[in-house]
Design a protein around this ligand. Structure first.
Ligand code: ADP
Ligand code: MG
Length: 262
């Protein structure tokens, strides 16, 4: 494939009188790790919500492999191969890590309620296949030893990784992550970085990641788009973006150069 995997073209989103995104464009190359950063309220989560079909565009378009996806329902976009995690983790706390991932797998292994009711041989086979696949996904995010732990009992850093495993269960080609490193300690951020780099290298995933944590963004992204008050103020490779005067200004008050990791 030669063109971009994801093309966001002049997208505008309004909530009543508030413009959350104004003519925002960005392109994500296949196999890229593309970060979106910006101060609180800049429109980052809104952008992910638009890509995943939760919010409609008020102008502009979103395309995957050149085909428009704006206007499709979230489940249809998921089926096209775009999965996501949320800014606030949304796991089933009482369920085990393995079960949380199996929930995401269901549509691939479902055998129908009738088969499930009688626990037929076919149902047991599909249940075993789902279990094996869920184990494989847990291993990809470094949670092989946590499959029986209740999700709520896992440390926060592992919960975030479990969410990623669950998102992978739908076999996406594009993974959208909303602040996966928020609240993580330095070692956990390093572990997450390694996992994301491996997912790209070994599973061929393309990743769009929102984060404030510069130890993640600057270390693993190929390109960074910077939003401020709903508009794109900079885009480029990490070294270029961290030196952009406009970006440093947008981060003023957060001790800009420190916040940008330079
Ligand atoms: P970020 O993720 O960059 O912190 P958001 O995309 O969450 O920012 O929000 C951008 C702006 O849009 C904020 O002013 C926020 O209050 C507003 N906003 C986001 N979602 C909604 C919504 N569903 N209804 C009304 N306003 C919203
Ligand atoms: Mg947000």
């Amino acid at each position: 494939m030669t063109g971009p995997l994801l093309t966001i073209d002049k997208v505008t989103v309004r909530f009543g009188g508030l413009t959350a995104l104004q003519d925002v464009s960005l392109q994500v190359a296949p196999g890229a790790i593309h970060a979106v950063i910006g101060p609180n309220g800049a429109g980052k989560s809104t952008l992910l919500n638009v890509i995943s079909g939760i919010y409609p565009v008020g102008g502009g378009s979103v395309a995957l492999c050149g085909e428009r996806i704006d206007g499709l329902a979230p489940h249809a976009i998921l089926r096209r191969g775009i999965a996501r995690t949320f800014q606030n983790t949304e796991l089933f706390g009482e369920m085990s890590a393995l079960e949380n991932v199996m929930v995401g797998l269901d549509r691939h292994h479902a055998c129908g309620p009738f088969a499930a009711a009688i626990h037929s041989a076919a149902w047991r086979r599909s249940e075993e296949a789902a279990r094996a696949e869920a184990r494989r996904l847990l291993a990809l995010v470094g949670l092989a030893d946590a499959e029986n732990a209740a999700a709520a009992a896992l440390p926060f850093g592992k919960q975030r990784r479990l969410e990623i495993a669950r998102a992978l269960a739908t076999r996406p080609r594009l993974l959208l992550l909303d602040e996966p490193a928020a609240g993580l300690r330095a070692l956990e951020v390093e572990a997450l970085n390694r996992i994301l780099l491996d997912l790209r290298a070994e599973q061929g995933l393309t990743i769009v990641v929102i984060d404030h944590v510069m130890a993640l963004v600057m270390a693993i992204s190929d390109r960074i788009t910077v939003l401020n008050f709903g508009t794109r103020i900079a885009e480029g490779p990490p070294d270029e973006v961290r030196r952009s005067p406009q970006v440093i200004k947008a981060y003023m008050g957060e001790r800009a150069s420190h916040a940008l990791g330079s």
